[in-house]
Design a binder for this molecule. Sequence first.
Ligand SMILES: CC(C)(COP(=O)(O)OP(=O)(O)OC[C@H]1O[C@@H](n2cnc3c(N)ncnc32)[C@H](O)[C@@H]1OP(=O)(O)O)[C@@H](O)C(=O)NCCC(=O)NCCS
Length: 394
Amino acid sequence: MPIRRLAAEERLTTSFPLQAYAFEASPLTGERVEAFHRYLPYNKGNRTLVVEEGGETHAAASAIPMRQNLRGRVLPMAGVAGVATHPLARRQGHVRALLHQLLDEMRDEGHPLSALYPFRAGFYERFGYVGLPRARTVRFSPADLGPLLRADLPGEVTWERIGAGYPGYRAFTERCLRERHGFAIFPDFRAVGLRDRDDRWLVTARIDGTTVGVLTYRIDDHGGELHGDDLLVGDPYARALLLRFLARHVDQVERISLQVPADELPELWLTDLAVHMEARVSRPGSPAPMARLLSVDALAGLPAGPGRVRVELVDDRWLGGTHLLDGATGHLELTSGGPAPSATLTAAGLSALAYGVLDPVEVAVRGLGSIGPEAAAELRRLFPRELPYLFADF
Ligand SMILES: CC(C)(COP(=O)(O)OP(=O)(O)OC[C@H]1O[C@@H](n2cnc3c(N)ncnc32)[C@H](O)[C@@H]1OP(=O)(O)O)[C@@H](O)C(=O)NCCC(=O)NCCS
């Protein structure tokens, strides 16, 4: 079946309708079809591949050229999105063929990482992806933030629409990309959609003129909910400044919700803060993200503990061979010789260790590798657990 890369405008009549059928309410209204035109610029730098036959589009898959922090190093990452097959063409191997070619091309163009939000994790585990934590939604009443109103804090907050404050917001996400493991951001052509939609407020915390935290949000109604997006803060002052701003909405909304990383502990933010935190993972509809390495080169130079292990990479199209991983210098080196305990890993197994989400024993228990106790100890030293926070939602 021929696979072809789409030119930008072709999406309007090929991949967009297929994606809309897979992911939206349908049949589509004429108004929605019109909106495809507005969405086009935010897709222009994506790589979109389709399977076609007789002028009909049978399946489509896209990759967004993104960047992601892996244990402190920022690397090009292929964000896979818009994977859909025509209902009459499913289960014929189209998506398998598309993903193979898409990831081949993205890796060859220098993307050693890939991430996505799966419709079903098991489907993508077979393509070497492993689950990452889902962001938590935290809900509380603004009344419980009252004590912060009297807190003595350095710095101040500014408030504006995201359309006006976008450059500062984007700059702060660039800082998070440099500093936070797992953090991923869109390329400019896609990220500016947030500015152009202009459907969020932006509150920015600054200390001595430097941005230390940002939050975008919208309010659904008087007496309703203030829906915050990701709470992005560089330190506890930044968080307190933003929460104090939210406390001022006590007579305006009943509830506040925020998205926070999986290792955030809101119950420790304040005394007497009644807080509900949840991460709902269901299929289809509410997935936790997944990620994988597309090249072992992603590992070279990563900060690492003093471990030494030989890994044989199996059952994967993109990762293979035997590599000696050595962390003696404090940075991971891939060498070829010398004695060391050995382990066998699938791509998902190696990705789980590199992204810091699973212990070597969990990798073995999950069937993502065969790892003896000695190799497990070395791998644990090389890849200490470190929870990634993906941030970008696509
Ligand atoms: C899910 C979907 C993309 C699969 O596309 P497809 O072209 O039918 O997939 P393929 O035929 O290439 O299947 C590849 C493999 O996955 C298996 N597979 C396909 N759909 C599956 C499913 N829903 N659950 C589990 N396995 C599935 C196939 O059996 C095949 O396995 P095999 O290689 O051992 O034979 C397609 O059904 C679809 O468009 N669904 C609606 C939209 C959607 O959910 N998109 C995914 C967004 S991340």
